[in-house]
Design a protein around this ligand. Structure first.
Ligand SMILES: [Zn+2]
Ligand SMILES: [Zn+2]
Length: 391
């Protein structure tokens, strides 16, 4: 079968699964599970893949809700990634139920390509995107080694093939002072809260002189016990983000200096710990993004290559995957522009007709991209060349 016929065959394989994928997406949506607790979702998704001829490894990377499902053998090894964690209170307000069903739908639809040309298709279940950066941990444990490409499609308000995502590392900070009566003997106390407030002020001053794309933000998690006691302890948690890893390192040092300065000025002892998980910036593979655009546009969607100027960016653990393997993380529109992601309205969209349609279209585009990569080795070579050059 030639590539065009194969593309028609994989899209019809998504259509023939549409009822099951819809049910699966809605079932995960109505059973929201937080990061590392996605037990039901992982079970349903692996069950679906197993029933469709995939071999399953459950609990990979010592994470009970991570999995690797594979069909076929050897190279090329094309991965489609799934997320399925929800948020507290608002449930599937990031639409990860749709990411998951897009991945399994595209994986199952891609089987004829593997049957004809060889290689393997992998659906990799990656827990806890929202909270603990599951993919960062999995990347460090080698889960994405030996892959040729990786794709994941996230629901959103626009159709965009590439995303910007910042490098990010969090830090928890504590100051230890000395309690005293705040009115009777304030001179005997060391005020740990003032050290924290000075840290915020120093960071606010620093912010005037950093690159406009970098971000530093934090909260106070302990600010003392009572107004008449000089706070002996304060604690806060901060995040530092930058476009490039090198600039993140530079900023981290400057931020630490803000805490050290506040500690020296107040006399409160400083203790801090950087998070073990560090998010890398997203490297978008442009040839892969172009294939996705062509395939998505063949379904009648208009897809931009880049996000519009001025749209905010966060961070994602897909960034770490994209540093190891040629990757894309497109956004598929499932609702209007005004709807905010992580809001109750977005959670409704993730279970709406437009949500299901977006998920099915994305699954088709991903499966058609698998056709491009596997049926035409030159395409994959181009994708890999671009990745090498970018190193
Ligand atoms: Zn989210
Ligand atoms: Zn998300």
């Amino acid at each position: 079968m030639d590539a065009e016929k194969l593309k028609a065959s994989v899209t019809s394989k998504v259509d023939s699964q549409s009822q099951q994928l819809r049910e699966l997406a809605l079932k995960i949506h109505s059973n929201p599970e937080l990061g590392f607790h996605e037990v039901k979702a992982a079970e349903w998704l692996t069950g679906y893949l197993e029933g469709n001829g995939f071999s399953i490894e459950r609990g990979i990377c010592e994470m009970p809700t991570a999995f690797k499902a594979s069909y076929g053998k050897g190279k090329p090894a094309i991965a489609i990634l799934a997320e399925y964690d929800a948020l507290p209170d608002v449930g599937h307000a990031c639409g990860h139920n749709l990411i998951a069903t897009c991945a399994v739908g595209a994986g199952v639809a891609s089987k004829p390509v593997i049957d004809q040309f060889g290689g393997s298709i992998l659906v990799i279940g990656t827990p806890a995107e929202e909270t603990f950066g599951g993919k960062v941990i999995m990347a460090n444990k080698g889960a994405f080694n030996n892959l040729d490409t990786a794709m994941i499609v996230h629901p959103c308000t626009h159709d965009i093939a590439t995303i910007q995502a910042l490098a990010l590392q969090g830090i928890t900070v504590e100051f230890f002072g000395k309690a005293a009566h705040a009115a009777a003997q304030p001179e005997k106390g060391i005020n740990a809260l003032e050290a924290m407030i000075q840290s915020f002020n120093a960071i606010n001053s620093l912010r005037q002189h950093i690159k406009s794309t970098a971000r530093i933000h934090g909260i106070i998690t302990d600010g003392g016990e009572a107004a008449n006691i000089v706070p002996a302890h304060s604690a806060g948690s901060f995040m530092v983000r930058a476009e490039e890893d090198a600039y993140l390192d530079e900023l981290k040092e400057k931020v630490i200096n803000c805490f050290i300065g506040a500690s020296t000025a107040s006399g409160a002892r400083l203790q801090y710990k950087w998070d073990d998980v560090r998010y890398s910036p997203m490297r978008n593979n442009l040839p892969l993004a172009e294939l996705y655009i062509q395939n998505m546009e063949s379904l009648g969607r208009r897809v931009e290559l880049y996000e519009p100027e001025g749209r905010g960016t966060g961070s994602t653990d897909m960034g770490n995957v994209s540093q190891l393997v040629p990757s894309i993380h497109p956004h598929v529109a499932i609702t209007e522009e005004e709807i905010l992601i992580h809001s109750p309205e977005f959670a409704l969209a993730a279970a709406s007709e437009a949500g299901i349609k977006g998920m099915l279209d994305a699954a088709k585009a991903v499966a058609m991209t698998v056709v491009d990569l596997v049926a035409n080795p030159e395409t994959l070579t181009k994708v890999k060349e671009e990745f090498k050059q970018g190193k």
